[in-house]
Every structure is written in C-alpha cells, then in structure tokens.
Design a binder for this molecule. Structure first.
Ligand SMILES: Cc1cc2nc3c(=O)[nH]c(=O)nc-3n(C[C@H](O)[C@H](O)[C@H](O)COP(=O)(O)OP(=O)(O)OC[C@H]3O[C@@H](n4cnc5c(N)ncnc54)[C@H](O)[C@@H]3O)c2cc1C
Length: 488
C-alpha cells in the first residue's frame, strides 16, 4: 500500500494541469496521478480518427501558464506535444503512473482516507493506495467505447461498422464507399480528412446542427508575432480577446438568436452556393449554442461537399441491409464502411465503484456543491468543464480551488472536509444536475438519472458560465457554513 496526500485520477488536460498546479502551489503535498491509458493526453490520446482536432481555440483550451504558439484550432498531435512539454518542463513525469485503472475507491471515516484499488491494464496486477484527497480528472465519457444506437439489421450488414471513438488505426478506406452517421464536430472533422481518398462519403444525419466556418488563424496573434512580442504576452492578450469574443457571441445567441443564426448560415451558404438545400441540411430548429457549434476551420467540410466528394442526407436509419442501409425515406445506400459518429457514453466518476464507510455511493442521492463536490462525499473534488467554452478554463479555476482548500485544511489541521446543506438550504427545491432546456446532448440526457441533484442557489448549482465562475470560485469563503471540517 502506497500513501499520498493527493491522488489525481486521469492524465488528460485536466489531470496534467492539476498536477502542475499542485506541484507549483503546494510543493509540500505528495501526490500521484493514475491513468488507465498507456500515455498522457486523455481525449487526445484515445481518439485517433483521421483529422482529429480541437474545436476550441488553444489560447483558452491551452493552460494559462504555457503559451500556445500555433494556429488557434489544433490537431491531437499538436495538443499532445504541448502537454508533453508541460510534463517535461515541470518534472511531472515521475508522478504519473500509466496503465493504472482505478476500479474502487473506499472512504474510511475512521482513517480519514480513501483506499484505492487500481488494476494494471498490462499485467492485471492490483495496486493499492491510501490517499487523503481524491481529485477526479476523469473527463466525462468512457474512453473504451462510444455510443452506438442499436439499429435494426446491424448483424446482417456484411461491411465494417466503426465508431469514431474507437477508430482502428489500420482501417483502409481508400476507394471505399463510406457512410458516416451523425452530425457533430467529429463527423465534420473526419469527413474532409477522408473524402479525398474515399470513392464517396455520405453523411446521414437525423437533424442539422450549426457550424462556424472561420479561418484557422487569429489576426491579432499574427500581428503581435510580426511585432516580435513575447509568446507569454501574445498568449495572454489573445486569450483575453478569445474570452471576450466567446462571451459576446454567447450573449448574442440569447439576445438576438435569429441574427446569429443567419450569420452562421451565411457562412455555410457562401461556400455551398445559393442552390444547395441549406434549409433541410444545415438549418437546425433550435437557437444557436443550445448544442455546441461545430467549428469547421476554413470551411473544409463544406468544400468537400461542394467538390461532390460528400453528400448529406437528413434522414433516419430504418434498418441496416447486407450491403448498406435503408433510410426511413426509402432511400437505399450501399457502403463498404459505416462510421458511427453518434456520441459518447458518459463516464460518471471514472466508472469507479465508490463507497463511503462500506455503503455504496449513490451519486444521484447527493447534491452538488457548485458542480465540484458532493454532499456526503468527503475529500473529493470533481472536475467537469464547460459544455460550450474551453474545458480547461474551468479545470484551472478548480485547480486553484483544490490548492486553496488543501492549504486551508492544513492551517486548520483538518483531515476531512465535507459539503453540507445549510439550515437555510433544507427546503430548497432539488433539480436535475443540468437544465435540459439549456443544454441537452444525448449523452447527458441518457446519464441524467445517475448524476447528482442541484439546487437553485449558486452554491448548489453547477454553473456553465466562465465569467460567473471567475467571479465566484476564487472568492469562496472556505469557512462558510456549507463546509464542515473535522480534525479527528
Ligand atoms: C474529439 C473531441 C474533441 C474535443 N474538443 C474539445 C475542444 O476543442 N474544447 C473543449 O473544451 N473540449 C473538447 N472536447 C471535450 C474534451 O473531452 C475535454 O475538453 C477534455 O479533453 C477533457 O479533459 P479531461 O482531462 O477532463 O478528460 P479526458 O480527456 O477524458 O481524460 C481523462 C483521463 O482520465 C482517465 N481515466 C478515467 N477514468 C479512470 C480510472 N477509473 N482510472 C484511471 N484513469 C481513468 C482516462 O483514461 C483519460 O485519459 C473534445 C472531445 C472530443 C472527444
């Protein structure tokens, strides 16, 4: 049994950032990062479909402490290189244990510790750890499998079905007829990357989504680089500009959704031309930003459609056939490969079996404290980033919070911290974790019954607003009545 003050779960962008902040803000805390994959990177390591890239700009998705010097939208390889530099430059490598899949976490109130079991994915051995604080940077979806609907006739199909999340590296799609099912950032990224090689690609989508079609470059960053301004300055200035631009855009989607909608559709129309049926294929029936807007840098996805390499059908799968799919409209499509770009299965707390003093943890019975801690679950912080903004913006705010909380506990000689509803919160109406009217992708809807409850008061609400978090999280009163500490 190895002992540490803190265990970070996961070496994705949140976990590596957490390790950096912990080692710089709390150099005396001992910590270990356990990662079930065989490398760091999380999302950027597990996904390897052609063309994979970010849809946030890297000035805000990158860390605040390490300048991003490339184009705003980055490939997985570029993000991995950046993260690798963070690990090397800050000597974090020795803290990270790869191939360690955490299977169970048991809290003991007697010992004030989490007892962790991790299975080595390469040798099947079990390793045991005891830690005082668990920092959950497990991301939000299961890396081992994507979500594939159970379509009728799938077993009859003689071709190959693959999911974007588990793309076989050796998949040969050259000169093949390919159907991609599902609209979203993944399909819009994948399609232009394979369209040149394939005989033809058909995107079958149930309903349209919004796309942004800007250039993958930032004028201000380019000018500052021409002026030979330091990378640190450029990163900070462009980061602030990106934050301001995103916040203006988000506000406009609420205040003038029709104008924003028209702007987005004009970007698409400019590439596809006036004769393309944009109403059917690219005009969603919801206001922009209710679901993430998929960025298509330099309009590459639409250029593949314009070039005739890609067709789009807004329709539904009736059934698979031996040689392809039959759509509800009666259209029959032949395909050598069918790609499911149909989303995720949510991974709630890393698919770890949690128990508190021998009782299994039922997360849906808890209430979330600002989307980062849960009532009845001591010494644990959960990182869940922004649906619409860059994930890292929130993960870094939470990194500062964990470090501040640990310092506060040390000053009080506390071994345990819980969050608890205050007397004035007892009658508060409890709501689902997120408001489905505000954001409603499939993975979230499917997982909602397993997620914690929230309340209407800011303390018990999981904000998805960076500016609100920026105001509130650094100023949380750690001696407020919602925090309960114990020295024993
Ligand atoms: C293709 C794609 C593109 C995306 N682009 C963007 C974008 O541009 N901007 C944005 O903000 N978001 C984007 N996202 C969302 C993205 O998941 C988050 O931005 C971010 O990568 C999450 O980082 P993370 O470190 O919290 O989680 P992850 O990247 O999911 O990493 C979590 C790590 O924890 C490990 N782990 C989980 N459970 C356990 C366990 N039980 N034991 C040990 N290890 C465990 C996993 O193996 C994984 O490596 C994208 C997602 C995808 C799939």
């Amino acid at each position: 049994m190895e002992e540490f003050d803190v265990m970070v779960v996961g070496a994705g962008i949140a976990g590596v950032g957490g390790a950096y902040h912990l080692s710089s803000q709390r150099p005396d805390s001992s910590f270990v990062v356990l990662e079930s994959q065989d490398n760091f990177g999380g999302t950027w390591w597990s996904h390897n479909y052609p063309g994979i890239r970010s849809d946030s700009d890297l000035h805000t998705y990158g860390y605040r402490f390490k300048p991003w010097t490339g184009p705003p939208i980055a490939t997985a390889d570029e993000i991995l290189k950046y993260m690798g530099e963070v690990i090397d430059e800050n000597d974090l490598g020795d803290h990270i244990r790869y191939n360690h899949k955490i299977t169970s976490a048991k809290w003991s109130s007697e010992k004030n510790k989490w007892f962790i079991e991790a299975t080595k994915t390469d040798t099947e051995e079990t390793h045991y750890f005891a830690v005082n604080f668990l920092w959950m940077c497990q991301g939000y979806y299961r890396h081992s499998e994507g979500f594939t609907p159970d379509w009728p006739g799938m077993n009859e199909y003689q071709g190959q079905i693959v999911h974007t999340e588990t793309w076989p590296k050796e998949l040969d799609y050259a000169d093949k007829k390919v159907i991609v099912i599902g609209s979203g950032a993944s399909s819009a990224t994948l399609i232009p990357a394979i369209a040149d090689s394939c005989e033809h690609v058909t995107l079958v989508q149930r309903s349209p989504i919004y796309y942004g079609t800007g250039r993958n470059s930032d004028e201000l960053a380019e000018t500052l680089r021409e002026l030979e301004v330091d990378d640190e300055w450029i990163h900070e200035i462009v980061r602030r500009k990106m934050l301001r631009d995103t916040s203006i855009f988000m506000r406009r989607t609420f205040e003038e959704p029709e104008i924003v909608k028209e702007e987005l559709l004009t970007g698409v129309r400019d590439i596809l031309g006036p004769d393309y049926d944009i109403d059917t294929h690219f005009t969603p029936d919801y206001r922009p930003w209710r679901q993430r807007v998929a960025l298509v840098p330099d309009g590459d996805f639409f250029k593949s459609i314009k070039a005739g390499q890609v067709s789009v059908l807004t329709d539904e799968i009736e059934t698979f056939t031996e040689s392809g799919v039959l759509l509800k409209s009666g259209t029959v499509l032949e395909a050598d490969i069918v790609v499911a770009a149909t989303g995720f299965n949510m991974n709630v707390l890393g698919d770890i079996n949690f128990s508190i003093d021998e009782a299994p943890l039922v997360l849906s019975d808890t209430v979330t404290y600002r989307g980062m801690m849960f009532t009845g679950v001591p010494n644990l912080l959960w990182v869940f980033g922004y649906f619409r903004g860059s994930w890292t913006l929130r993960s870094e705010l939470l990194s500062d919070f964990v470090c501040r909380l640990l310092t506060h506990m040390k000053s009080k000689e506390a071994k345990r911290v819980d969050v608890k509803l205050r007397p004035e919160d007892e009658d508060m109406e409890l709501l689902p974790w997120q408001d489905p009217e505000n954001f409603n992708p499939g993975y979230l809807t499917r997982a909602m019954p397993f997620l914690p409850k929230s309340g209407v008061k800011p303390e018990w609400h999981h904000s998805q607003d960076f500016w609100e978090d920026l105001d509130e999280i650094p100023n949380i009163d750690l001696d407020g009545l919602e925090f309960v500490y114990s020295q024993d």
